[in-house]
Design a protein around this ligand. Structure first.
Ligand code: ATP
Length: 389
């Protein structure tokens, strides 16, 4: 029986980083990135994600803890002795060399003479075979970044580290390159660790995302898991938009918790609640804007039984093509966000209209209100921009 290849596993055990000025950028962190996965470290500026990446690369010494790549401890190895390569936001290509020679550089430095086949294969991988004899300044930003990726991959690293590699590109090119990088990772099959502050980028590309906040990983999981089941208000607001409604635990009903919010009741599956569920305890009830349906108050009788419901008044409505984004004032929460797909638009849903918001209890999640207050992260319907600020 063959043992599985784990040489591309990245294992961080209790690593932390306190800089010389006494500031701790990364709190002791345990993390395993399995071989062959596309892993994203996601967080706002200053949360410690680049420092974490640099400790994996060997560009920064951890203050405590150990870094393993596969079974090999590399904590004190210099960068060039680690089986990793890093791609930075600044492509750092050699301007005087053409694209072929930029990609060939690593091989030539190792004294390899016949580089043609390898370089051509690598240029094909990043779809730049036609551009081989151009100089970097003759390429677009996205093409230059693909050269940087090819130049890193030609060394056959076990792990490719990407530090905001798309940060310098405009939005459209960024979106194209996200898909391109994902394709390249699937094709080469090595571990990618990608640092970004862009939640959409992390969710588009990565199998697993670690959301960092103030030097700690707040939550780790698949993009779907983080989005559908956030554990903290930080994650709920950093990944997309969440409506958070303050409520009090009333009773339990089978697998559900019944909560009091304003004068009404809301139902939450207990399995989707990360807060203590003792009667009288405070819970923040979370619901994503696109999970809510909006019904004019005159038609409230048509809403099926068993749905969570709140009353409110439309404060604002923005038509943005694919959907209409409403802001609703409700007795339990100001400014609830509701996104309704523009399929059959109800002309009565305009500012000033009385409405009922309703959704399936299965889409509801529960967060610890006390912890959120401590962390200063309570806020309804936080926007991505606010979360990223
Ligand atoms: P960004 O996206 O802005 O790069 P980041 O999440 O990658 O942010 P880091 O670069 O890891 O954050 O920095 C984390 C914190 O450590 C920041 O507050 C930063 O100011 C601080 N820091 C980084 N390098 C040093 C240093 N050499 N000395 C002192 N503090 C530092």
């Amino acid at each position: 029986m063959t043992t599985p290849d784990n040489s591309g596993d990245v294992r961080l055990s209790g690593i932390s980083k306190t800089y010389d000025n006494g500031f701790t950028a990364v709190q002791p962190l345990d993390l395993t990135v399995p071989q062959g996965s596309f892993f994203a470290l996601l967080g706002a500026s200053g949360c410690g994600k680049t420092t974490t990446l640099r400790m994996i690369a060997g560009l920064e010494d951890p203050t405590t803890g150990a870094v393993h790549l596969g079974d090999q401890e590399v904590t004190h190895l210099p960068p060039y002795k680690r089986p990793v390569n890093t791609v930075f936001q600044s492509y750092a290509l050699f301007p005087h060399l053409d694209i072929f020679e930029n990609v060939a550089f690593g091989l030539r430095r190792r004294g390899i003479k016949s580089v043609k086949k390898q370089v051509e294969d690598m240029l094909d991988l990043v779809q730049l075979g036609e551009q081989a004899r151009k100089k970097p300044h003759q390429l677009s930003g996205g093409q230059q970044q693909r050269v940087a990726v090819a130049r890193a991959l030609i060394n056959h690293p076990k792990v490719l580290l990407l530090d905001e590699p798309l940060g310098a590109l405009d939005l459209k090119l960024r979106r194209q390159m996200q898909l391109e990088l994902k394709r390249i990772q699937t094709e080469v099959g090595i571990t990618f660790v990608h640092v970004t502050h862009d939640q959409e980028e992390a969710m588009t590309m990565a199998d697993t995302v670690a959301v960092m906040n103030a030097g700690r990983v707040e939550q780790l999981g698949s993009p779907t898991d983080l989005y559908e089941n956030p554990d903290t208000t930080f994650v709920a607001n950093f990944l997309g938009t969440s409506n958070l409604i303050e409520a009090e635990v009333d009773t339990k009903n089978g697998d559900d918790i019944v909560l009091k919010a304003g004068g009404g009741k809301l139902v939450l599956p207990e399995a989707r609640c990360s807060a203590p569920t003792k009667a009288g305890g405070k819970v923040l009830v979370g619901i994503r804007p696109e999970k809510i349906s909006l019904t004019h108050a005159d038609d409230a009788g048509d809403i099926p039984e068993g749905r969570n419901r709140l009353t409110g008044k439309i404060a604002d409505a923005s038509f943005i093509g694919v959907s209409t984004q409403y802001v609703i004032d409700s007795p339990v929460c100001d400014e609830l966000a509701v996104y309704v797909q523009n399929v059959e638009r109800d002309g009565r849903l305009v500012p000033g209209a009385d409405v009922v918001l309703h959704w399936s209890p299965a889409h509801t999640f529960g967060l610890d209100a006390a912890q959120s207050l401590l962390a200063g992260t309570v806020g309804s319907a936080g926007t991505e921009e606010e979360a990223a600020a």
